[in-house]
Design a protein around this ligand. Structure first.
Ligand SMILES: *Cc1c(COP(=O)(O)O)cnc(C)c1O
Length: 383
């Protein structure tokens, strides 16, 4: 069986987890601090704040930029449902902007006409690791006074060309970037998330809110020679990452460059193996983007039956996933308040219907990729 993904972990992660268990301090503590420092060095951000998931990170980011009850947030429906749900957590209303056919990312030319008097922020998604056009998005945001949050759940290790410099996703290119360490992503801590920003006040708010807004952290009270009573200064959350997760994350981060370069080799090999399948549309990087290929997405011809093609592959021992979901088509969002952006959502809906994600992970062999390509081409020809 060829799975869709497989986390890359060995004795080094095992040893890191063992070290934490033996230390007697399991939740947010010194390992989280170490992971944050390593992460901000990797993505060249001023600050990094670890949290329990990317969903939690998105929630805190929206609160930090001032998204409140009844506000509108420009985003995509074509994303994992957590993107839209984070907006709902704030009582705000998503304006779902359509995607570009070629990058599967928010179409910057549709932003301006989707803005309403209640729009406060843009929540863009670097879908499947492919960076958004942050230059174009930033221009609209600056002109219209909107905050920009990047859902970079899938995009650790991706980069954007600004001027003549390749800058890591997460520097950040908007006001705040949010990452995920779920096992489906490029590096993993089991569950986990990270916020990066250059703004001191956002960073301070994240650190308070993730830990119930307590005035003196437990780590400080624990080490104090005097009795200290903490206060709870405002509404907070339990969005802490554990030290167990963070210790594993430090090792994973050391592997990031190697993981991304392996994924790029694998993606290039798919491109070659599938280049003679004229009916398949293969993903391409814009000249200014370098993706980590968190997912490799092939678009089937309109006549093909997506489910049948996926079943054919599964019957040959190959796991695939359908293209990225559209949140507005799910029961969780039917009858809820959302707004379609300018021009509707036809590209988003087509992408969900026509795309198939192929297995891609370090350790996927050349012959396994050949099997995937063979059976995919077979299925497209037949179905
Ligand atoms: C995975 C994912 C999330 C959610 O990440 P969690 O860490 O599982 O909360 C959010 N947005 C996108 C685009 C994702 O792919």
């Amino acid at each position: 069986m060829i799975p869709i993904t497989r986390p890359w972990m060995d004795e080094r992660e095992e040893e890191a987890a063992r070290r934490v268990i033996r230390s007697g301090w399991i939740t947010q503590g010194p390992e989280v601090t170490r992971f944050e420092a390593a992460f901000s060095a990797t993505v060249q951000s001023e600050h990094a704040c670890a949290v329990s998931s990317c969903t939690a990170a998105l929630h805190l980011a929206l609160l930090a930029v001032g998204v409140r009850e009844g506000d509108h947030v420009l985003t995509v429906s074509h994303s994992f449902i957590a993107t839209a749900n984070a907006i709902r957590y704030c009582g705000a209303i998503p304006v779902f902007v359509d995607i570009e056919r070629s990058t599967y990312n928010i179409d910057p030319t549709k932003l301006e006409d989707s803005i309403t008097p209640r729009t406060r922020a843009i929540l863009c998604v670097h879908q499947m690791g492919m960076p958004c056009d942050m230059g174009a998005i930033g221009e609209v945001a600056a002109r219209r006074g909107l905050a920009v949050i990047e859902d970079a759940a899938c995009a650790v290790g991706s980069a954007i060309l600004r001027g003549d410099e390749w800058q890591p996703v997460g520097r950040p290119h908007g006001d705040i970037a949010c990452f995920s360490f779920h096992p489906r992503k490029v590096i993993t801590t089991g569950e986990g998330g990270m916020l990066t920003t250059a703004r001191d006040e956002y960073y301070k708010a994240f650190r308070r809110w993730r830990q119930h807004s307590m005035s003196v952290p437990d780590t400080v009270r624990h080490g104090s020679p005097e009795v200290v009573f903490e206060a709870y200064t405002e509404r907070g959350f339990n969005y802490r990452m554990t030290d167990l997760s963070a210790a594993v994350g430090c090792v994973q981060l050391e592997r990031l460059a190697e993981i991304v370069s392996k994924r790029r080799v694998l993606a290039e090999r798919y491109r070659q193996l599938l280049s003679d399948a004229e009916e398949l549309e293969l993903p391409q990087e814009p000249a200014w983007a370098r993706t980590n290929w968190q997912s490799y997405c092939a678009r089937l011809p309109a006549r093909a039956d997506q489910k049948w093609v996926m079943q054919h592959l599964l019957d040959h021992g190959i796991a695939t996933r359908r293209g990225i979901m559209c949140s507005h088509l799910e029961p969780a969002w039917s009858g809820r308040e959302w707004i379609a952006g300018a021009g509707g959502l036809s590209e988003s809906e087509q992408a969900q219907r026509q795309c198939v994600l192929l297995p891609l992970y370090p350790g996927l062999t050349e012959s396994e990729q050949e099997q995937v390509a063979l059976h995919l081409k077979e299925a497209v020809a037949a179905g």
